[in-house]
Ligand binder design. Structure first.
Ligand SMILES: Cc1cc2nc3c(=O)[nH]c(=O)nc-3n(C[C@H](O)[C@H](O)[C@H](O)COP(=O)(O)O)c2cc1C
Length: 162
C-alpha cells in the first residue's frame, strides 16, 4: 500500500537477477496466468494477522499520506484466481511490523495457498520487518531481502530438472 513491500520486492528482485531474468508486477497488473516460470515470488503486506482483504486495504488507504502502490486487488485475490499447476517453484514474502511482534504473516498464508495449488515452495514464507504501519523498513532488511532472493535463485538452480 505504502511502498514498503515494493522496496523489499525490488531488493529480492535484485538478488534473483544475479542469476535469473526477473519480471516484476504490481499485483493488479500481474498476469492472471503466470505461465511457465522457473520461479514465482509473491509478496504483500501483513494485514490483520494475514493476507490483506478489501476492508483492510480500505483502512490502509484511509491512513495513507500519499498515493497508494496498490489501489485494487491484493495477493489473496490474485492467488485465488490462479489455477492448479503440475510443477513450478515458488517463494512468498511479506512485510510485517517489528514491534509488537504479532502472530500471523501474509507470507505464510500465501505460501500455504501456493502449495495447495501445486507449487513447490523453495523456502518458508518470509516476513521482512518495518518499524511502523507506513514504514520505514527496519535497518538491514533490504540487504537481507537481497540475500533471500539470491538464496531462492540458488534453490531453483539446485532443484531444477533442466
Ligand atoms: C489495516 C492494517 C492492518 C495491519 N495488520 C498488521 C498485522 O496484523 N501484523 C503486522 O505485523 N502488521 C500489520 N500491519 C502493518 C503492515 O504490515 C504494514 O503497514 C505493511 O507491512 C507496510 O507495507 P506496505 O507499505 O507495502 O503497505 C497492518 C497495517 C494495516 C494498514
Amino acid at each position: 500500500m505504502y511502498g514498503n513491500t515494493l522496496q523489499i520486492a525490488e531488493a529480492i528482485a535484485e538478488g534473483l537477477s544475479r542469476t535469473m531474468d526477473v519480471e516484476m508486477f504490481e499485483v493488479g497488473l500481474a498476469p492472471s496466468d503466470p505461465g511457465d516460470l522457473d520461479l514465482l515470488a509473491v509478496g504483500g503486506p501483513t494485514h490483520q494477522f494475514g493476507l490483506s482483504r478489501k476492508s483492510s486495504r480500505e483502512q490502509a488507504a484511509d491512513d495513507a499520506d500519499g498515493p497508494l502502490i496498490s489501489a485494487g486487488i491484493g495477493i489473496r485475490e490474485w492467488i485465488g484466481g490462479l489455477g492448479k499447476v503440475k510443477s513450478g517453484a515458488a517463494v512468498a514474502f511479506d512485510t510485517s511490523i517489528r514491534k509488537p511482534n504479532l502472530p500471523g504473516s501474509a507470507a505464510r498464508g500465501a505460501a500455504k495457498r501456493l502449495k495447495r495449488l501445486g507449487y513447490r515452495m523453495l523456502l518458508p514464507g518470509e516476513p521482512f520487518l518495518v518499524e511502523g504501519a507506513t514504514g520505514p523498513i527496519t535497518d538491514g532488511e533490504l540487504e537481507r531481502a537481497r540475500k533471500w532472493g539470491e538464496q531462492a535463485a540458488a534453490g531453483v538452480a539446485s532443484t531444477s530438472t533442466g
